[in-house]
Design a protein around this ligand. Structure first.
Ligand code: G6P
Length: 489
């Protein structure tokens, strides 16, 4: 808390992320309906004590006219959100292009685009220019709303250029940056044409955070190898100025899930699902329909399991919720068709007149339906090819009361570092190994399930999203002081 005229004032926090936590639908020339999406970040920040947070970001819609922009700004203000308006061309080049066609695949070890992928969103250089322009637009909005003493927390790979833009406005601004994806090995990062410029702008922040120690180490190595700077146990030093680099593993608001399970509507839903799948074990996948999630590989592993274990064919069902995402990017469109093709083939091969082995849904579920689904699941399959953390694994654990289901978890998800001892860890590229783990999970004795679940449950309920946000914000406050002291020495 800060003090003003003897009164305690809450610490003001500006949270800057590409996307605001709202979905906005235009109802008329000057009217909007807004729905807050209560995702991880929102509940994390709601739980932070003595902080007054405001969000700055893109509302996910194109609003070319001033009347619409004014009305949306006003409506968002009530939700403590401030919009950054991006036109269609910028969205195409910055968001679809540089963010989702270049940085996202690269940071998940899928490499840089080849000619054909680049051509669909024009040239690399124009995308990078648009990325910088977009980051500058975010910085302009932050600067308009910034008040002395505010803390600014920038999020994710969309905004790597933002710390530098902010410090150019005001070198005393306290700026933190947190990456929600993996940061790849420096050998991968160095293939990026704009590698140095991006690293330097991130280093303008006072505190840089990652989900795991490995990602933080990769970032420091990239700075030492590519920029020739000095890595210290605390971070990266450049001409006497220290940027603190550390791991801050995110969590979930586990109480929110526990509370949901006690609601009559959710209990009823659980009963319906239990009856619907009676006599069959339920396996569950919940992913955005993204190539990093390894959905085709997961489904192929399930096919292999059915192929090798005919007695299980009518005793197990895989429910795959595949939430559509980034549907304007051609790679994502291709993936959707590929997944549909594989699911259709397997259902044709192993289905009967009364049942199919895979229920695949291209849609999201509301929170209560999702909790019910987690609760009736016997085996959750989180087989990302790479994933910053993966909170589906945490949510599944939080919703498993007496069931004590098994988590099959990719060793390439950040969550493997926290839930590794309780989960069955797999290499998602190795379909034979995943198929064998499915068998192991379905046949696992109750006492082993109980032991593994207890380990995971203890972690998920004690390392929450609120702790994560609180730790980052308080370290950001401390870090700036340290960094300034260090510079003066
Ligand atoms: C990942 C990213 C987030 C992003 C989310 C949804 O989790 O780390 O920053 O918001 O995907 O993707 P979208 O492109 O729809 O915002």
């Amino acid at each position: 808390c800060r003090r003003s005229n003897g009164k305690a004032m809450k610490q003001r926090l500006l949270v800057v992320a590409n996307r605001l936590p709202v979905s906005a639908v235009r109802r008329g020339e000057d009217s909007w309906s807004l729905e807050i999406s209560a995702g991880g970040l929102v509940s994390a920040l709601l739980g932070v004590k003595d902080v007054d947070a405001k969000w700055i970001g893109w509302a996910g819609v194109n609003v070319p006219d001033e009347v619409g922009q004014r009305a949306l700004t006003k409506a968002l203000d009530e939700k403590r959100c401030i919009p950054v308006f991006l036109d269609e061309e910028i969205v195409h080049q910055y968001y679809n292009g540089y963010c989702n066609n270049i940085l996202w695949p690269l940071f998940h070890y899928l490499g840089l685009p080849q000619e054909d992928r680049l051509a669909t969103t024009r040239s690399f250089q124009s995308q990078f220019d648009a990325y910088k322009r977009a980051n500058q637009m975010f910085a302009d909005v932050v600067n308009q709303h910034y008040q002395e003493g505010d803390v600014v927390w920038c999020h994710d790979y969309h905004l790597m250029f933002l710390p530098k833009c902010l410090k150019e406005y005001n070198s005393r601004m306290k700026v933190g940056w947190f990456l929600h994806t993996p940061f790849p090995s420096s050998e991968i990062h160095r293939t990026l044409p704009s590698r140095s410029e991006l690293l330097r702008s991130v280093l303008a922040a006072d505190l840089v955070g990652f989900h795991t120690y490995d990602y933080a180490r990769h970032f420091v190595s990239a700075c030492t190898r590519i920029l020739g700077l000095e890595g210290t146990p605390e971070g990266v030093e450049d001409q006497g100025r220290l940027t603190r680099v550390a791991a801050f593993p995110i969590g979930i608001d586990s109480d929110r899930f526990k509370r949901a399970l006690d609601l009559p509507a959710v209990k009823e839903h659980i009963n319906e699902l239990t009856q619907r799948f009676a006599g069959r074990k339920v396996m569950l996948g919940v992913d955005r329909l993204d190539m990093i999630k390894g959905i085709p590989q997961k489904i192929l592993a399930f096919e292999k399991f059915l192929e090798e274990n005919p007695t299980w064919r009518d005793k197990v069902v895989l429910l795959q919720i595949a939430v559509p995402t980034r549907t304007d990017v051609p790679e994502y469109q291709k993936l959707t068709s590929q997944v549909h093709e594989i699911v259709g083939r397997i259902n044709g091969r192993f289905g009967t007149l009364t049942a199919v082995p895979i229920h695949h849904l291209d849609r999201s579920l509301d929170f209560h339906a999702l909790c019910a689904l987690y609760a009736v699941t016997d085996v959750a399959l989180v087989t990302s090819l790479r994933d910053g953390m993966n909170l589906v694994s945490y949510e599944f654990v939080a919703c498993q009361g007496d069931k004590k289901g098994v988590l099959i978890l990719s060793e390439f998800a950040g969550a493997a570092q926290s839930l590794g001892a309780g989960a069955l860890l797999v290499n998602p590229w190795n379909i034979t190994e995943v198929a064998a783990s499915i068998g192991q999970a379905l046949n696992m004795p109750a006492d082993e399930r109980e032991k593994r679940h207890r380990h995971n449950y203890a972690h998920v309920t004690t390392h929450t999203a609120q702790d994560w946000a609180e730790t980052f914000v308080s370290e950001l406050n401390d870090t700036v002081v340290e960094a300034q002291l260090r510079t003066r020495q």
